[in-house]
Design a protein around this ligand. Sequence first.
Ligand code: C2E
Ligand code: MG
Length: 433
Amino acid sequence: MDPNLLDTVTGLPKRGHLWSVLDDILIQIKRQETYCGVLLVNIDNMGEISILVGEGNINDFLTLIAARLNKCLWDMDTAVRFDEHQFVIIANSIKRPENIHVVMKKVQEYLTIECEIDGQQINPSITVGITLLPYDSCEVEEIIANANVALQMALANSEVSYYYYNQELGQRIEEREDVKNSILSTLANESFILQLQPKIAVKTGEVRGIEALVRMKDVDGNILPPNDFIPIAESSNLILKIGEWVLEECCALSIEWQNLGINLPISINISDVQLKNSASLLALLHKLSARKDAKPHNIILEISENIISGGETLVSALLTEIKNYGYQVSIDGFGSGFSSLSVLKNLKVDEIKIDRNFLSDVPEDDKSTAIFKSIIMLGQSMDFRVVVMGVEHQAQSDLLKEYGCDEFQGFLISEPLERNKFLEWFKTYQNSH
Ligand code: C2E
Ligand code: MG
């Protein structure tokens, strides 16, 4: 870069360079359909620091801040010296709007680390105004003005250290952050909850197994369904820890039940993210299968149909390994994905679970009923055990008998129940069947 464009103190591009960087980025994000975050970073206690280290040494402090920015940002990002005590960061190629929060947190963490200048301990305090492109604006002047509006809002509120220009986005990010923090504390306290839903034999009505479904309590003690936290856990890889907990817990439960004479297979939902991290999943499964009294055949791993279409050879190798350890495998949400039948045919699968969406108009709607029947027949013709999800009405259950389906789950028999309640329900149900 032309040395005239660089700030002599920090070596960062000068304010004047910002406009051309933003121009280039606006063209780029249009082409690549990515986002770009613009962060206006204010050093709040610059006056104090100046007095502490003396005017002569303030440049050392600014150089240190610039070095920290260069260290924590990626090569494709740009940091600009904007003002005496302000920097602008342009975080490029953001794939999801939420990721800008990660950049902001990293910048805040790095810049506020205590430092020593000329023998004086300094604790920099910073506030950040954030705007997201092309979300908030595509006009260079407006982008900078928006970042400044956000910064002023943050400075006016002593309880916050950053502010999003787009409040709706900010709120969404805050909510995700809250859920992430709840997941982290629930993991730390090992206080996730498992609810168990019975799987029923269509022909005899006996209980054939259970599905374990994870729940989380929020700070107010409300129980959150998985759809409220699993997608966030998946996007932040926290699902790996949750999945580990669920597997450990279910394997322990399986052994405990066997010792009580209850021989029910337990179905466990395995996230696509866990499957993609196959080495750690396999290591855990291997460890659990080697435990005293473990019967991996009584553990059914439910994988989503979508993952199969992603990479046939990898999934096939993974399933072979899982089956070698003795576990059963089920394809969850069968019929809703895009797996090709030729792929499914060659996979080592024991069971398919038909998505409950296929049942919604059954038996009232003829076309839906025909589709539903053909999916059951397809599963049967491939020699899979066929399980139907979400059975709510007797008429649906009657139809399953007619179609020769193997098992079902649904509110008709029981909602998912916590462990003790499930055992009570199980005893009563067994006595009446
Ligand atoms: P899924 O595996 O398809 O789970 C079945 C869902 O159907 C459960 O919702 C269950 O409560 C619900 N359900 C069962 N019977 C009926 C019925 O008759 N009618 C209706 N309307 N719904 C019924 P839930 O517990 O909210 O779970 C949602 C999804 O979250 C699960 O879908 C699964 O994909 C995921 N999930 C749950 N637990 C775990 C877990 O431990 N790990 C992972 N990775 N995902 C999990
Ligand atoms: Mg499932």
